[in-house]
Design a protein around this ligand. Structure first.
Ligand code: SF4
Length: 461
């Protein structure tokens, strides 16, 4: 790419119909809500995944179940080993099974093939449960996967759970709901004996690079029993008895708030929303849980001790990163909006400002909050596309893009540093130690000498 070929952002205009999903915080900006929670505009190459993918990413880390993608092989290949979710025991989740529907199955139906696949896999792997995902074609040919699941569950004596996640029937968020519906069928089935009054479930934490273990350790040090983690390092038996916990602590709120609300309704378990990213939000997530148990002041004391010790350990290093990064600008485009709030605070800790903030699945309240917390001049986007993201990254002169695997090439093509904050990453970014890794990664990427050769910096002539 020659220097003069840098993208001319002046000539990029927003697609008609996208304007209400984009907002720039300026003095004269119009009042009102940012449009969101709608299907992607035709012609806009959305960064969102399909309904099936939404359900797959939520359920994937359940490690002692088999996951069968009922449909053509491509859907399974597209989501194989999709998260960096690690397990402390079985690793069935890392295998990718598919009923591999062919033309004749589409004509005559795939139920028999699914039944045979299930029997064979259950016999071979002896899983604790099986999840069966419906893909687009199943919605079209009308296979009765509920009936197949029921039959196999009876024959094999394990839960066999249909996940109604046909790719075309909504947004990625509908996939989250389909996953929560499947989990709800398990919850309430196990014994709640030996569950303490001082207990929680961790929801919306997927154990990427061992993050659930870091968080779990903090809570256990506080004297709290963690009954189930959904779904990081997940186990079917833990999920089945999770209705015995006193509190649901929800991190990835986009994916798991549905489940938390249903558990509140059915089992009377209250829930709180937390985030484990950044010192500020990580500390708050410990204090908020401690506050739920006021008759045990020692839990709060322990939470304070953990926060004090952890921050003391990482603070000096953080100051080094801050000295280099102060004044640099970041763009954020991630799946759920709640994570964006934490990222803005975490970036401020290292002296960086945010010039673009967006998400694939934020709701009205999320965007209201974003508007309040963002600085003047920040662009806020819902369900954006690569052209829009490129335009704003260049116009706002961002030094860094934080996103997932689909955003990475956008950053590198523009000659901008990148930090992977999505489910494929291999470095833990949650917890106090995670904040240290995050700052280190941002520092190493933003300060890399390679960017001087990028066209936007006048290099690569
Ligand atoms: S959109 Fe349909 S065909 Fe494509 S991956 Fe999703 S479920 Fe499979």
């Amino acid at each position: 790419m020659k220097g003069k070929e840098v993208m001319d952002t002046q000539n990029i205009s927003l697609l008609e119909g996208r304007q209400k999903q984009v907002y720039e915080k300026t003095a004269g900006a119009p009042e009102g809500d940012i449009a969101c929670e709608k299907t992607s505009l035709s012609g806009s190459v959305s960064q969102r995944a399909c309904v099936f993918c939404g359900s797959r990413v939520v359920l994937y880390p359940v490690a002692d179940a088999i996951h069968i993608v009922h449909g053509p092989i491509g859907c399974a290949a597209y989501t194989w080993d999709i998260r960096g979710a690690v397990s402390s025991g079985p690793e069935l989740h890392r295998l990718s099974f598919s009923s591999d529907l062919q033309e004749m199955d589409v004509i005559y139906g795939g139920e028999k093939k699914l039944y045979k696949s299930l029997i064979e896999l259950i016999d071979q792997y002896q899983p604790k449960a099986a999840f069966i995902y419906s893909t687009c074609i199943i919605g079209l040919i009308g296979d009765d996967i509920d009936a197949v699941c029921k039959k196999v569950a009876k024959e094999k004596g394990i839960p066999v759970l249909p996940v109604h996640s046909e790719g075309f029937k909504g947004t990625k968020k509908d996939g989250y709901k389909a996953a929560c519906n499947a989990l709800m069928k398990l919850i309430g089935e196990g014994s709640t004996d030996d569950i303490s009054k001082y207990s929680i479930n961790i929801l919306g934490e997927f154990n990427l690079a061992g993050e659930a273990w870091i968080i779990r350790e903090y809570y256990e040090k506080m004297g709290i029993q963690v009954v189930a983690t959904m779904t990081g390092d997940g186990r079917i038996d833990d999920i089945r008895r999770s209705h015995g916990a006193s509190l649901n602590v929800v991190q990835c709120s986009g994916s798991m708030t549905t489940l938390a609300k249903e558990m509140e309704e059915k089992y009377g378990i209250p829930y709180i929303r937390v985030s484990y990213f950044g010192f500020e939000d990580m500390s708050k997530s410990l204090y908020d849980v401690a506050e739920h148990f006021p008759d045990r002041p020692d839990i709060m004391e322990k939470a304070k001790e953990i926060v004090r010790d952890e921050i003391r350990q990482y603070y000096p290093e953080m100051q080094k990163f801050k000295a280099a990064l102060t004044g640099k600008k970041a763009a954020i485009y991630v799946g759920g909006a709640f994570k964006t709030f934490s990222l803005i605070k975490a970036l401020r800790t290292v002296g960086m400002s945010v010039v673009l903030a967006g998400s694939q699945t934020g709701n009205k309240q999320d965007y209201k909050n974003l508007k309040e917390m963002c600085d003047e001049g920040t662009v806020i986007v819902d369900d954006s596309n690569p052209v829009e993201l490129s335009k704003f990254i260049l116009e706002k002169e961002a030094d860094l893009l934080i996103g997932g695997v689909k955003e990475r090439p956008i950053a590198f093509k523009l000659g901008v540093a990148f930090c992977d904050h999505n489910h494929e990453r291999k470095i833990p970014l949650a917890g106090f130690i995670g904040m240290y890794y995050f700052a280190k990664e941002v520092y190493e990427s933003v300060m890399s000498p390679v960017w001087q050769f990028a066209p936007r910096k006048g290099g690569a002539k």
